[in-house]
Design a protein around this ligand. Sequence first.
Ligand code: GLA
Length: 661
Amino acid sequence: MTTRHLIDRLGGLAFGGDYNPEQWDEPVWKEDDELMRRARVNLATVGVFSWALLEPEEGRYDFSWLDAHLDRLHANGVAVDLATPTASPPPWFTLAHPDAMPVAPDGARLTHGSRDTYCLAAPAYRDATVRIATALAERYGGHPAVAMWHVHNEYATLCWCDHTAAAFRDWLHARHGSLEALNEAWGTAFWSQRYAAWDQVLPPRSTQWHRNPGQALDFRRFWSDTVLAAYREQRDAIRAHSDRPVTTNMMLPGYQNLDLWALGREVDLVSIDHYPSAPGLDAAADTAFGADRARSFAGGRPWLLMEQGTSTVYDRDRILGKEPSEILRHTLGHIARGSEGALFFQWRQSRAGAEQWHSAMLPHAGADSRIFREVQAVGEAVARLGELAGSTVTAQVAVLHDSDAWWALEVDGLPSADLDYHGTLRRAHRALWDAGVTVDFAHPGHDLSRYRLVVAPALFLLSDAGAANLLRYVADGGTLLVQYFNGFVDDRLHARLGGYPAMPLREALGIRVEEPRPLRRDERIVLSDGTHGTVWSESLRTEGAEASVTYTHGMLAGKPALTRHRFGAGRGCYLSTHLDDPGYAALIARLLDEAGVGPESPGLRPGVETVTRQAPDGRRWQFVLNHRADAVRLPEPALDLLTGRPADELPPGGCAVLLRY
Ligand code: GLA
């Protein structure tokens, strides 16, 4: 099943959110119907947390209340994204299956009272999830209200219990083939960790000091595969009774212990939840970061923003409101990057319960509120963009992401505590976003030939195949920027011997890193061009490359900090420190220039974002989002789809979707 089904069904883009009507009663449902019409809601996610109502006791189902809501929504013109409720097992489940409650690394077993409390490796839990998914699919597989399926919610819970241990051993057996190979891969010859029998092998539970890195990385891989298997079981149970597309919502950027490339291949439609935690321009950049990742995990196909908030979510210790017009700009920031619409969590703010202060489309204050009026305006705007459905976005620049590299950078015992996988990726994306270019994410093993510039910010782990692929990319004419502590280990976390990064990538870069030299916390070093480095430095020598910037102090004085190397038809650049913001922005600008990549819309001031969606027939729509506090003139005025009138200027915080065909 493809997205086309959803697009045809909605006749445009999706607008709506999670709808949890079981919290309310008849008069409120009537009001919901009216207000959903006013807000132009056409898609509601129903049933995400409804297990206790749908199956009040094990094996006894009650669908009557859900029948009534689906019929009501359908009659009101609202299609349903029907969820399986498995993210929140009811209290009876804990009592019947205490062994299916998750266990923390220190051995503490959790119990019900919150949500997401289950062990994906426990047979009782997996069986129960397939049973309820099957029961829902049998009943609603062909229901006219149901436009798509939403399996589970944000698979995230990890577990270290005995079921997990048994499943982990099976997985390790399949991956390594023998205990000997496992011992070799994990380097158990050190610290007397050698395993003499499979039942000695455990998940990485609490222990005295550094946990074995190979064990930690394999556990993350194993858990990702466990999640995918659990998702597939429910998906297939649904597919047996329904032809509607199936998804599960990804949580971005990095809270989810899951290989999102792999998940992207399993779902009919990639869907993401995105909540920027910082306000202002940072939130806009974060929106782009999340949306560009979603589109990339979808393999460039259309995807869907499944949840966002009308306020931010906890920014450390508080929920911060969005400024007027920010809800629209965030919504369009996602749609501009290929989302087939915009949904929120949740339609109506809860009166009681765990998320009563979480924002919603309809706040406690009711329809007579700024938030609901903005939501109505956003619904109106999304409705005007219906003709964009199914169109896509292309990028000339990619940032490399690999979950193996992410997990590798989280093991114990690394040379610096300041290495931050997602922070480093985000920084690379932000510099490109500030430069006004559209960015894809790609895996180091992907075909990169369509990109003029590829940035590899944090591939501490790089497989042999990945290193060879990057070499090929440069040889064939690409421009590649590799940043420090890259390619230092292989996919078993074994150090690359004889110098870093991995061969044959070193050939494309024309360098050999001999010694990593992490910097002290807050240490800043001066480079020959006046920029500064923090976090990290490296002692490296050129092997064909030219040093364009050098270190100026200490034992690295005069040695290369930034190198460039012509290789084949392309260029490989290596940056061995964490450059300060202006220095990094200037480097990215230079590389873009050399790679022949210009901003989406030249001549726009900083803080004005542009992205273009295009249809296969050549139609193009240019989104322009003014995140500035002053008005901006548009260099090339055109008809604005949002107003139906020509636009030549945007007010502070204003947006336009310009027809470019
Ligand atoms: C997630 C969940 C929702 C809700 C929001 C709150 O994305 O899927 O149920 O808890 O977070 O931000």
